[in-house]
Each structure stands twice: as C-alpha cells, then as structure tokens.
Write a protein that binds this ligand. Structure first.
Ligand SMILES: Cc1ncc(COP(=O)(O)O)c(C=O)c1O
Length: 409
C-alpha cells in the first residue's frame, strides 16, 4: 500500500540559525489568503503596492523594484545573467561562501572574472577594488553586503562611489541584511540589489525582492528579446545579445511588472502576499527602529557568548548585527550540541560552511526572533547543553549578560 503520511505536525521550534527563521504570524496569515488571477486588477494593484513598499525598504526611488519568484539566489542569477553577456568583465568581491557564489554565477554567464579577495572574517579593501576596476574596466562589480557564511558585512558606500566614478554597474547581494541593517541603495549608488525574505524580512524563503537603477535597466533593455508568442509591437524589436536565461530574463520580467503586463511566468501569488506583508511589517515598525532592534539583539548575543567564555569569530568592526559566529570550544562536539539544542529545547542554531565548518556555530537573531525572549531562551539552553557536554560555564552567565544589554547596563 502506498503511504500517505501524516499531516504536517511538528512542535514549534525556535529558529536561531542564519536563516530561515520563524515567520511572522501575519505573514503566515497573508499566505493563506485565496488566490486571484494574475491579471485581475486587484492582483495587479497588489503587485504595484509591493513595488511601492519595497522602494521604501530598499530606500530607493528606483521604478524597477519588484520580486523575482524563487529563493535569494534566483535574484542573484537574474541580476547577473541579465547584465553580463559572455565575454563581459566582472569584478567580484569575495570574502566568503556567498562571494564565491557570485563568482560561480558570473562564470556561468560566461563573464571574465577578476576577484578581489580577503580572508574569511574580514572585508576587502576598497583600494584593491579600485585597482581591479582600473585594470579591467568591468561591466559589473559584484559584492555581498552581509556574507552569512562569515557574518561580515562589506561596506558598500565606498564601492558604490567607485562604481559611479568609473561608470560601472554595481550589484549587491543584501539577502542577509535587508531590513535588519541599513542598506540604502540610492545612497550607496548601487545599481542592482537583491534579497530574500527568510532573514531580517521575517518571511519564508521563495521570493527575492530586487531593485534596479535606471542605468542598469537601460542596459538590460538593450538586450530585450520578447518571447515569440508575445512579440508584436514595433517598439519591441529584438535587440542586443539575448539574455541567456528565459526564467531570469529581467527585461521580460520587467515588462511583466510594467503597465504592459506582458506575460512571463505566472506570479507566485502566495509568495507575493508574503513579501507584501513582510514589507508592511518592516515599514510599520520603521526602518531605524528595526535596525536598532537587530543591533541590540546582536549585542545581546555577543555579550552572552563572551560572558560564557566563548569567542566570537571575525572582525568586530564589520560584524553583521543579525548573525554571530561563535567558535566551538576545543573538545566540544559542535554537532552534538546542535542536536541537543534541538532535541531537548526545540531550538535550532546554525552550523557553518567551508573552512569554518566544524569550527563555529552561527546564531541568528532576525525578524521576529531579534528579541529578548528568543535570545535568553537560546543562551539558557546553550549553557545547559554545554555544561552537560563538559564545558565549564557559570550558571546564568550568558543570560545575565544578554539581560544587561536589554536593561542598558
Ligand atoms: C548572503 C546570502 N546570499 C545568498 C543566499 C542564498 O539564498 P537562498 O538559499 O535563499 O537561495 C544566502 C542564503 O543563506 C545568503 O545568506
């Protein structure tokens, strides 16, 4: 007999890793709203509202601010493949797993890559980026603002100024920071910025907000080739080197999100409802207030870890507020600790990738979880588990330190 399995029925778990995190209840409710046809005026109004909301979240005037259906890397791929044609030069800022991902995606687009690198835990020097730009005069500079793998945020305003000066486009992956740390797209002078919902925006993964400057949009439209079954208008004659992906062809996706409403994919309505509600929540709270809440949560995590005698990874001057990497103490089995946190306390903390795998845990405090109770519960549990695993820690040290951040002492 074929099994039909049970209904989804797991205990509530506190997700304190680097994302995904617990989804705000209002976002879950929005996702259960009934669907509409994709050209229903009520639905296209929701699309326009979502564009307006994300302009505010990205702190931009960019007309082209919308959603890519797919997880955060769908946003990255759409930006890269729509800008980079085979043979174009790209400079990639790489100091972590997601810098490496940008390199890989740019390579798959057939671009010629120049990397500017720094060891994991630090940031790339803007002078080195300038040297690379001067050397290769790239079409695109690409970097990560908040590489979740290292918990370090590369400053972007100086890179944006360089890109303006040398007239090159700047792409920024703000997946792990948007709505948690300031990411002022226009003030940076960034041309394409993408994100995901499952971090500081407090939603599920599966939708990638994107914003695109006029200069970048002009370049993308210079490669516009409308699908054969839709073409017709004289203004839509095929132009330039065709974008190598159909699904991630931003020129076609922008036609879909414009008044033209030229059909491309079928918009993932439930994800649009989720993204819209995430942005409403962010803006109701206020960007400065939300950044401050994430910063305070990050301080509490660091204070708790240090009070327990644990060492925080990476250059503190550039540390993301919302994710903290903590060295696993010598002699402690990091995976056993994570398993006990989950099995005994229903709390998830993160492992790590690449050269940091097995060396650090990553604790995120994002979205609804960037709050006192979530951090106190996490550190109360971590203390108990570490004591059980033979690590000597004064009872209550971490919780007291986190509490004192919230009490302002
Ligand atoms: C900085 C950064 N970029 C890109 C990604 C890829 O995101 P997704 O898994 O949603 O495709 C992640 C995921 O953790 C990330 O942290």
């Amino acid at each position: 007999m074929n099994a039909i399995f049970g209904e989804l029925d797991h205990p509530p778990r506190l997700l304190m890793g680097p994302g995904p995190i617990n989804v705000h209840p209002r976002v879950l409710r929005a996702m259960s709203v009934q669907l509409l046809g994709q050209f229903d005026p009520e639905f296209t109004a929701y699309m326009n509202q979502t564009m307006a909301l994300y302009r505010q979240v990205f702190e931009t005037q960019n007309r082209w601010t919308f959603l890519i259906n797919g997880t955060s890397r769908a946003g990255i791929e759409a930006a890269m493949v729509s800008v980079l044609a085979p043979g174009d030069h790209a400079v990639v800022i790489n100091a972590g797993r997601f810098g490496l991902l940008l390199m890989e995606i740019a390579q798959r687009c057939g671009a010629r890559i120049t990397t500017v690198e720094a060891p994991w835990g630090s940031v790339v020097d803007a002078n080195a980026v300038e040297d690379a730009i001067k050397r290769v005069r790239p079409r695109l500079v690409a970097g990560v603002y908040g590489d979740t793998s290292t918990t370090i945020a590369q400053p972007m305003s100086e890179i944006g100024a360089l890109c303006r000066h040398y007239d090159t486009l700047l792409y920024v992956d703000a997946t792990a920071t948007l709505a948690g740390m300031p990411a002022p797209v226009d003030a940076w002078g960034a041309d394409l910025v993408t994100a995901g919902l499952q971090k500081c925006l407090g939603g599920p993964s599966g939708s990638a907000p994107i914003t695109i400057s006029e200069r970048a949009a002009e370049h993308i439209f210079s490669r516009r080739h409308v699908e054969r079954g839709l073409a017709g208008a004289p203004a839509m004659e095929p132009k330039g080197e065709r974008i190598a992906s159909n699904y991630f062809d931003l020129a076609m996706i922008m036609d879909y999100w414009s008044e033209r409403r030229l059909n491309h994919h079928t918009e993932a309505a439930s994800m649009l409802y989720a993204a819209r509600e995430c942005a409403r929540l962010v803006l109701e709270e206020g960007l400065p207030e939300r950044f401050a809440r994430h910063a305070q949560a990050g301080q509490a995590v660091v204070a708790a870890a240090q009070a327990m005698g644990l060492e925080v990874f990476g250059d503190p001057a550039y540390k993301m507020t919302n994710v903290t990497a903590i060295h696993i103490p010598t002699g402690i089995d990091g995976e056993r600790v994570r398993a006990r946190m989950r099995d005994d306390f229903e709390i998830e903390i993160g492992s790590a990738f690449g050269s940091l795998a097995g060396r650090v845990w990553r604790i995120g405090a994002m979205g609804v979880n960037a709050r006192k109770h979530a951090i106190l519960s996490t550190f109360a549990a971590l203390e108990a588990v570490l004591r059980q695993e033979g690590f000597s820690v004064r009872g209550g040290a971490g919780v007291d330190a986190a509490l004192s951040v919230y009490q302002g002492s």
